[in-house]
Ligand binder design. Sequence first.
Ligand code: B1M
Length: 212
Amino acid sequence: MAKYEALKQAILTGDENIVVSEVNKALKEKTDPQDVLTNGLIAGMEIVGKRFRSGEMFLPEVLLSAEVMHKGIDILNPLLSKAGRKGVGTVVIGTVEGDIHDIGKKIVALLLEGSGYTVYDLGVDVKGGTFLEAIGKYKPDVLGMSALLTTTMPHMGEVINLLKEKKLRSKVKVIVGGASVNEEFARSIGADGYAVEAGTGVELVKKLLAKK
Ligand code: B1M
C-alpha cells in the first residue's frame, strides 16, 4: 500500500480511530511530522475538497472529514511548533456584520487549513473594526469575507473602504463568497476575487498568493 494511503482513506471515510492510529504509527516510525501533515493529512483533505467540488461528497461528510483531520493535527501540533511549521500563508476569515450564517465559511476555513494555511476564523457577525484589528494583529496574506444575506453583503465593500482609509488595502488580498455574492458584485466593491464554493476558494487563494 502506498505511503499514507490508509490515513488518507480514513480522512475520506471520517474514521477518527484509524486517523489517530496511523498518525501515531508514522511518528513511531520516526517520520517527519511536517511530512505526515503535508502528504498525509493535507493530501487527504485535498481529495475531500475535490470530491466536494465535483458533488461526490456532501456537506456532513466534509465536516466529518475535517473533524477527524483535526484530531490528527492535534497530535502533530506540539511537534510542528517545535520544528517550526512551514506555513504556506495566513488567512483571516469571517462572516460580515449582521450575518450569522457560518456553515459555508467554516468549510472554506477548514479546507484552507487542510491545505496548510494558518487560518484565523473570527466567527460570525464580524464588524469592520474587528476585521481591521485582526489584520493588524495577524498580518494575513488574505482576508476572506462571507455573506449570505443581500442585506449584509454591502458590509464587504465597507470593510474594503476601511482598509483603503487605513492604507492597508495593498497589504492584503481580499476574497469574498457566500450565497448572496457573485463575481460582478465582488468586482464592483474592489475585491481581488470571488469563489462560488469552498474548493474554488482554496484554489483562488493559491492563485492570488502565487502572483504576490
Ligand atoms: Co438563512 N437565509 N436566514 N439561516 N439560510 C438563507 C441564506 C436564504 C437564502 C434562505 C431563503 O430565504 N431562501 C435567506 C437569504 C435571502 C437573501 O438575503 N437573499 C436567509 C434568510 C432570509 C435568513 C434569515 C433573515 C431568516 C429570518 O430570520 N427571517 C435569518 C438571518 C439571520 C442572520 O444572519 N442575521 C437566517 C437564519 C438562518 C439560520 C440561523 C436558521 C441558519 C444558519 C445556521 C448557521 O449558519 N449556523 C440558516 C440557513 C442554514 C440558511 C440556508 C438554508 C442554508 C445556508 C447554508 O448553510 N448553506 C440558506 C438557503 C441557501 O443558501 N440555500 C439561508 C450550506 C453552505 C455550505 O453553503 O453558506 O452558501 P454556503 O457556502 C458555500 C458557498 O457560498 C461558498 O462556499 C461554501 C461551501 O461551498 N462560500 C464561500 C461561503 N462563504 C464563502 C467565503 C469565501 C469563499 C466561498 O471566501 C471568503
